[in-house]
Design a protein around this ligand. Structure first.
Ligand code: NAD
Length: 426
């Protein structure tokens, strides 16, 4: 990748490349494979016009970066956020390649989105923006080529619009064989029962594996959650089911605290009635957002944006475990400090892998024209994440390294073997 095109808006790209290069050094990754994986395969940037409710035209910029497809179709979410740019899309696509490889899925990595603040647009505008973005992406996405899913500020409804637009442009006989162009759809539109909670459920499954490894109880532990969206809420829901107590929550609107515990269900009901925001929740006090990671707790669950745990706040952290629900929440320099202090980090590519594993089951369900039951889905998910956790811990022992580097090594080995067996065309 040419460095002059790399913007520094989020810093996630630099972060993922540092993590990759470190793991490649530790495992002595084949030089050619390292070169291949250092680049993205395709980078699609689209500018597309949409008529707003007031009759005016606005032109939006969307991205889809396809990092690598050695193991299967590109797979990864679409994010609607002002920080989406080519740098962020690259970083998030690269993380997807490692995540799908670590989980043993037949996928590669892709990611994209629109540089937009969706709060500024009406529902009907968001629908037109989404459908026009899908049109602009054209055949660059497809059920056996590149399969988007929800990410920050995108949800099942947005996936339903993408899928509807995509299948509507196909011949009638091909419509149902194109349904799985996206995953994370509503259940009534081909979605998977349990996909909504798959990421948060998976975060908690990895925390359970951590607790079993360390001989600890989750019951009675306190935890804090940054981001109370899909991942944050469901992680809190499953943590509370295990008897843990959520003492602080931060979202884009506010940071709230209650030593006696904040009930995730009450907070969700409040946020739903408050435009999705937690600000003003009556059963907690509002606190300074800068002090969030310094709150006294056992477990911290970042479930919002990238680069949130940095040199600025890392020394204040009291938690003994960081479970990375978000992608790239901890920067490389901060992680080094956490490890010196003996704070465990369940790395994003392992911790939030439940999302893409759930997506894989939705994709299979659609391919087979079946309807799967939620209990079956959640038990398959847990099994897969337990295996990924074990593979990571074993690699950490073998290479005498930290869990993030170990998770990368498991993923990179799978990719290395594939390239060595197949060779490089021609
Ligand atoms: P979401 O849009 O449902 O929720 C995002 C939450 O983050 C919201 O509560 C929002 O208010 C909060 N937030 C935004 N900016 C913030 C800020 N500056 N400080 C604090 N909070 C802020 O998104 P999501 O799907 O829950 O995704 C959250 C994270 O998890 C992202 O990093 C995403 O890439 C990752 N992830 C999501 C999935 C999935 O299946 N949805 C899967 C794997 C990883």
């Amino acid at each position: 990748m040419k460095t002059e095109t790399v913007k520094k808006k989020t810093g996630m790209y630099e972060n993922v490349m540092k993590q990759f290069n470190h793991a490649a050094d530790v495992m002595n990754l084949d030089e050619g494979v390292r070169k291949i994986l250092s680049s993205t395969n395709n980078e699609i940037v689209v500018h597309f016009p949409v008529k707003l409710d007031n009759g005016k035209i606005e032109v939006f910029t969307g991205y889809r970066v396809q990092h690598n497809n050695a193991l299967g179709p590109y797979k990864g979410g679409l994010r609607y956020h002002p920080t989406v740019d080519i740098d962020a899309a690259r970083a998030l696509a690269i993380w997807m390649t490692w995540k799908t490889a670590l989980a043993g899925l037949p996928y590669g990595g892709g990611k994209g989105g629109i540089e937009i603040d969706p709060k500024k647009y009406s529902i009907s505008e968001l629908e037109r923006i989404t459908r026009r973005f899908t049109y602009a992406l054209g055949e660059n996405i497809g059920p056996d080529h590149d399969i988007p899913a929800p990410d920050v500020n995108t949800n099942a409804q947005i996936m339903a619009w993408i899928s509807d637009f995509f299948v509507s442009t196909k011949a009638p006989g091909m419509r149902h064989t194109n349904l799985h162009v996206v995953t994370g759809k509503p259940v009534g539109s081909g979605g998977l029962a349990g996909r909504d909670r798959a990421t948060g459920f998976g975060v908690v499954a990895t925390i359970k594996s951590w607790a079993a490894l360390k001989n600890k109880e989750i019951k009675g532990k306190s935890y804090i959650v940054q981001g109370f969206g899909n991942v944050g809420y469901w992680a809190a829901h499953f943590m509370n089911k295990l008897g843990a107590k959520m003492t602080a929550v931060q979202d884009a609107s506010a940071t709230i605290f209650n030593e006696d515990g904040i009930d995730p269900e009450e907070l969700l009901a409040y946020a739903k009635a408050n435009g999705g925001a937690i600000k003003g929740f009556p059963n907690a006090e509002e606190m300074n957002s800068k002090d969030f990671y310094g709150v006294d707790c056992d477990i911290a669950i970042p479930a919002a944006l990238g680069n949130q745990i940095t040199l600025e706040n890392v020394d204040t952290i009291k938690a003994s475990l960081i479970a990375e629900g978000a992608n790239g929440p901890t920067d490389v320099a901060a992680e080094a400090k956490l490890l010196i202090r003996g704070i465990d980090v369940i790395p994003d590519i392992l911790c939030n892998g439940g999302g893409v594993i759930g997506s894989y089951y939705e994709w299979l369900q659609n391919k087979r024209a079946e309807n799967w039951k939620i209990d079956h889905v959640l038990s398959l998910l847990e099994e897969k994440l337990e295996a990924s956790f074990e593979n990571t811990v074993n690699a950490a022992k073998e290479y005498n390294t930290d869990w993030r580097t170990a998770a990368y090594i498991v993923a990179l080995k799978r990719l290395e073997v594939t390239y060595k067996e197949r060779g490089v065309f021609p």
